[in-house]
Design a protein around this ligand. Structure first.
Ligand code: AMP
Ligand code: ZN
Length: 470
């Protein structure tokens, strides 16, 4: 399998550090709000990549953090007159709900920055001891020029960076020795969360968090480090400098970055009203559609979000789900007995689509082509099955379709739109009561039948209408 490595700017064969295992770190969101659909892109594409590695039999140790201490979180806490902890806890919960609805598997570990402060203090101490960092007035800075390979990921030349930085003076950072140096530890400001450290009370810089959490849960050297392309510089460049200076070994063997998601061909921006949270989208679509939409493009290509493209993703997904439904029906009511000779040969033919799917995924996780292979399989299963097919045949075809769909995180069972949503059921009961009052019995009956079709049984009692699941 080949993956594109941002470090070498080439597709490289993926050779795990330890045979049969992959260690992977994906930079997670800063939790100060509901996640937006841009944040969902790395979650979905790297979850899919992980699923494919697992499909290939690799054991994946997948770590993705939540950045739960940050200026934006503190700002939000002040606005809401609450604590930063309350804000981050709330949005971690909400983020996990969205991840679940997008069928993103929980990571092996989701570390929280605030629970890893002692590790961060240790790494900063090591960097100071090794001459890569210095403390000044309660702030600790990384000496960027001391790390000779600085710029190797983003291919930036340190002297060009220096020229760009010369005039920039940031308030509170007057004690910096070199404008290129970046913060590892910052001193406490009134009302902000802070931890005790050898340099006084304060909190860590953003970059050190990922270096430390990756080291703790995956080791000094890992297979894959991933995130959105905006993180290449400075975040990942700084992570490399910190980790390699402290640990003395290469940090990650492969660097993977997803391209950005735009809305209606414009950069996502809250202030321009060009912005959707995942939750906004869930009001209009099943989030499987969002997942399918994200995978319809290669992860390194920019992706444009629009209502038309979402509707086309919805139709594409529907084609797969309808084929699956047909196969399920035959599994239930098809002919008994063994596969016919024709059926056996058609089962054999599905291998061609599986190979196409794998070839696409082996080529730098090309989910767009993998989806095409699934469409071909769907067309094939539709053409070779009918009411005379055996149950066994439908079962074999279903298993192939289900296995490939599962790699993409697509669940084949159609979700019955709103069953399970109590508010919806109560609303329907009320509508039915009104219809009865209006003597519109046809409408009242049709509401009862509609609910029944969704497995909800109504019973009229003296205390009103009660409902239960069939
Ligand atoms: P943040 O919370 O801003 O650190 O972002 C969390 C993750 O989402 C990072 O990997 C970002 O690179 C990624 N990300 C943010 N905005 C977008 C976008 N519009 N398209 C794709 N990825 C994004
Ligand atoms: Zn990170």
């Amino acid at each position: 399998m080949k993956i594109y490595n941002t470090m070498s700017k080439k597709k490289e064969e993926l050779v795990p550090l330890k045979e049969g295992q992959i260690s992977m770190y994906v930079c997670g969101p800063t939790v100060y709000n509901l996640i937006h659909i841009g944040n969902a892109r790395p979650m979905i594409v790297f979850d899919t990549f992980r699923r494919y590695l697992e499909y290939k039999g690799l054991k994946v140790n997948y770590v993705s953090n939540f950045t739960d201490v940050d200026d934006k979180i503190i700002k939000k806490a002040i606005e809401e007159n609450t604590t930063a902890e309350e804000i981050s806890k709330r949005y971690i919960e909400e983020c996990k709900k969205d991840m679940d609805a997008m069928n993103v598997k929980p990571a092996t570990k989701h570390p929280l920055a605030t629970e890893e402060i002692s590790g961060m203090i240790d790494m900063i101490k090591t960097l100071i001891d090794k001459g890569y960092a210095y403390a000044s007035d309660g702030t600790v800075y990384f000496k960027t020029r001391e790390f000779k390979d600085y710029g190797k990921l983003s291919k930036k030349n340190i002297d060009d960076l220096e020229a760009g930085h010369r005039d920039i003076k940031v308030a509170g950072e007057e004690s910096k020795e070199d404008p290129l140096d970046f913060v590892l530890w910052k001193p406490k400001k009134e009302g902000e969360p802070a931890w005790v450290s050898p340099w006084g009370e304060g909190r860590p810089g953003w970059h050190i968090e990922c270096s430390v959490m990756s080291k703790k849960y995956l080791g000094d050297m890992i297979d894959i480090h991933a995130g959105g392309e905006d993180l290449v510089f400075p975040h990942h460049e700084n992570e490399i400098a910190q980790s390699e200076a402290a640990n003395g070994v290469d940090f990650a063997k492969y660097w993977m970055h997803n391209a950005f998601l735009n809305i209606n061909n414009k950069k996502m921006s809250k202030s321009d009203g060009n912005f959707f949270t995942v939750r906004d989208i869930s009001e209009k679509y099943d989030l499987q559609v969002l997942r399918f939409f994200m995978l319809s493009a290669h992860y390194r290509s920019p992706l444009n979000f629009s209502a038309e493209l979402m509707d086309s993703a919805k139709n594409g997904l529907e084609r797969i789900l309808t084929a699956a439904e047909k196969l399920r029906d035959i599994k239930n009511s098809g002919a008994e007995g063994e596969l016919t000779a024709d059926e056996a040969s058609n089962v054999e033919k599905t291998k061609e689509f599986v190979e196409k799917f794998e070839k696409a995924m082996d080529d730098d996780c090309n989910t767009a082509n993998a989806i095409s292979a699934i469409f071909e399989l769907v067309k094939f299963t539709n053409s070779v099955t009918n009411e005379d097919s055996t149950k066994k045949f439908a079962d074999e075809l279903y298993n192939v379709l289900e296995t490939l769909s599962d790699v993409l995180g697509i669940i084949l069972e159609k979700k019955d739109e709103v069953v399970g949503d109590e508010d919806y059921i109560l609303e329907m009961i009320e509508k039915r009561a009104q219809a009865k009052k209006d003597k519109d019995f046809a409408l009242a009956d049709s509401i009862r039948d509609e609910l029944l079709a969704k497995g909800i049984v109504l019973k009229d009692t003296r205390e009103g209408t009660k409902w239960s699941r069939a």
